[in-house]
Design a protein around this ligand. Structure first.
Ligand SMILES: Nc1nc2c(ncn2[C@@H]2O[C@H](COP(=O)(O)OP(=O)(O)OP(=O)(O)O)[C@@H](O)[C@H]2O)c(=O)[nH]1
Ligand SMILES: [Mg+2]
Length: 355
C-alpha cells in the first residue's frame, strides 16, 4: 500500500515538473516574442496619410490585399466618383461658376437623382459622369478646390471614369493607395523585418476620433507624427474656419509632449510632398503663417514648415527626433523612409525601448 502510494506520488511529481517546464518554456517563448516586438504609434490629423502608410506596409510586407478588401475598395471608388461630381457641381453654384448651357439640366438632374451611396454605374451614368467632368466649369471649380472640401484623389479617379465604370474593374494597388476611407477606431498591422515584429497602430485623425487615442499610449516604443505638408492653405473638414495646418500644429504640440511620449523617439513625416511641390509656387504659405517673409519656393518654405513643428517639441536634447519629406502613395519612397525609421530603432540600442 505504502509502496503504491509513493509510486503514485512520484508519477504526480513528474507530471507536475513536466507541466511547469512546459509553462516556463511557453513563458520564455512569449517573452522572446514580446522582446522582439516594437510598437509604433501613427498620429496626425485626418487626411494626413496615416492609413496610406499602413496600406504600403501591407503591400511591402504582407503580400498585398485580400479579395474581399479589394471588393470593398472597388465599391468605395465607384461611389466616390459620383460624390466628387456632385461636390464639383455644388461648388460651381457656390463659387458662381457658370456650367455650360447644354449641361445645366444634366447637372441639375445629377444632383437630384443620382443615388449617394450606391456603387452601381450604368452606361448612361458613365456618359453623364464623363460629360460633366469634361465641362469647363467643373474643371475651374476643381482648380479652386482649396475653397471647399474635395478629396485630393478626386482627379486621379475622375480621369479614369471608363475604367472604373467597366463591369470587370478591379482596383490596382495604386487605386487602393489613393482611395480614401477615413479611419474610425483603431487599425493595427503586424509585420516582420530584421527579426523584429513591428506593430504599427493606425488611429482615426479627425476631431471626433482623437479622444480614442489615449487607449493606445501604453508601451509605445516610437511615435510617428504625420503632417500633410500640402494642407497649409486648406480649411478643416470638421470646422470651416480653421486652417488645417494650424490644427495639425496644435495637435502635434499637445501629443508629442504628452507624459507618455516625452522621452520617446519621434519621427515627423511631412507627407503629400508631391502636392506641396505642385502648389507652393502658386499659393504662398502666408495663408497659414502670416509672419513668413521668405521666398515662395520649395526649399525655403519646406524648411520653414519643418522648423515650426520642431520648435514645439519640448526636451529636444533628451530624445531622438528625425524628420522626412514623404509621398506615402509612392511605394518605393515609403519603403526607403520606413526602412530607415525601422533601422534607426534597431541601431539606437533596442534594449532602451523596453525599459
Ligand atoms: N497625392 C498624395 N496623396 C496622398 C499622400 N498620402 C496620402 N494621400 C491621400 O490622402 C488621402 C488620405 O489619406 P489617409 O491615409 O486615408 O489619411 P489618414 O491620415 O489615415 O486619415 P484619417 O483616417 O481620417 O485620420 C487618401 O486619398 C490618400 O490616397 C501623398 O503623399 N500624396
Ligand atoms: Mg486613416
Amino acid at each position: 500500500m505504502g509502496k503504491k502510494q509513493s509510486k503514485e506520488k512520484r508519477k504526480e511529481y513528474k507530471r507536475q515538473t513536466k507541466k511547469s517546464k512546459r509553462i516556463q518554456k511557453q513563458f520564455e517563448k512569449q517573452k522572446q516574442k514580446d522582446d522582439n516586438e516594437v510598437k509604433i504609434l501613427l498620429l496626425g490629423t485626418g487626411d494626413s496619410g496615416k492609413s496610406t502608410i499602413v496600406k504600403q506596409m501591407q503591400i511591402l510586407y504582407k503580400g498585398g490585399f485580400e479579395k474581399d478588401e479589394i471588393e470593398i475598395y472597388k465599391n468605395v471608388i465607384r461611389t466616390n466618383i459620383k460624390s466628387y461630381i456632385k461636390t464639383l457641381i455644388k461648388a460651381c453654384e457656390t463659387l458662381n461658376i457658370q456650367i455650360d448651357q447644354k449641361n445645366k439640366v444634366l447637372a441639375h438632374d445629377f444632383l437630384e437623382t443620382v443615388r449617394k451611396n450606391s456603387p452601381e454605374i450604368t452606361e448612361e451614368l458613365r456618359e453623364n459622369l464623363k460629360t460633366l467632368w469634361d465641362d469647363k466649369a467643373l474643371k475651374e471649380a476643381y482648380v479652386r478646390r482649396d475653397e471647399f472640401q474635395l478629396p485630393d484623389a478626386a482627379k486621379f479617379f475622375l480621369d479614369q471614369i471608363d475604367t472604373i465604370a467597366d463591369k470587370n474593374f478591379t482596383p490596382k494597388e495604386k487605386d487602393i493607395l489613393f482611395c480614401r476611407i477615413p479611419t474610425v477606431g483603431v487599425k493595427e498591422i503586424h509585420f516582420e523585418v530584421n527579426e523584429h515584429v513591428w506593430r504599427l497602430i493606425d488611429v482615426g485623425g479627425q476631431r471626433s476620433e482623437r479622444r480614442k487615442w489615449i487607449h493606445q499610449f501604453e508601451n509605445v516604443n516610437m511615435l510617428i507624427f504625420i503632417v500633410a505638408a500640402s494642407e497649409y492653405n486648406q480649411i478643416l473638414y470638421e470646422e470651416q474656419n480653421t486652417n488645417r495646418m494650424q490644427e495639425s500644429l496644435q495637435v502635434f504640440k499637445k501629443y508629442v509632449n504628452n507624459e507618455y511620449f516625452k522621452k520617446k523617439d519621434l519621427v515627423i513625416l511631412l507627407n503629400k510632398i508631391d502636392l506641396f511641390k505642385e502648389k507652393i509656387e502658386k499659393y504662398p504659405i502666408t495663408k497659414c503663417f502670416p509672419e513668413y517673409s521668405g521666398k515662395n519656393n520649395f526649399e525655403d518654405t519646406s524648411k520653414f514648415i519643418k522648423k515650426q513643428y520642431l520648435s514645439l517639441v519640448k526636451r529636444k536634447k533628451k530624445r531622438k527626433i528625425n524628420s522626412h519629406f514623404t509621398c506615402s502613395t509612392n511605394t518605393d519612397m515609403t519603403k526607403k523612409v520606413i526602412e530607415s525609421v525601422l533601422n534607426s530603432v534597431i541601431k539606437s540600442d533596442i534594449n532602451r525601448y523596453f525599459m
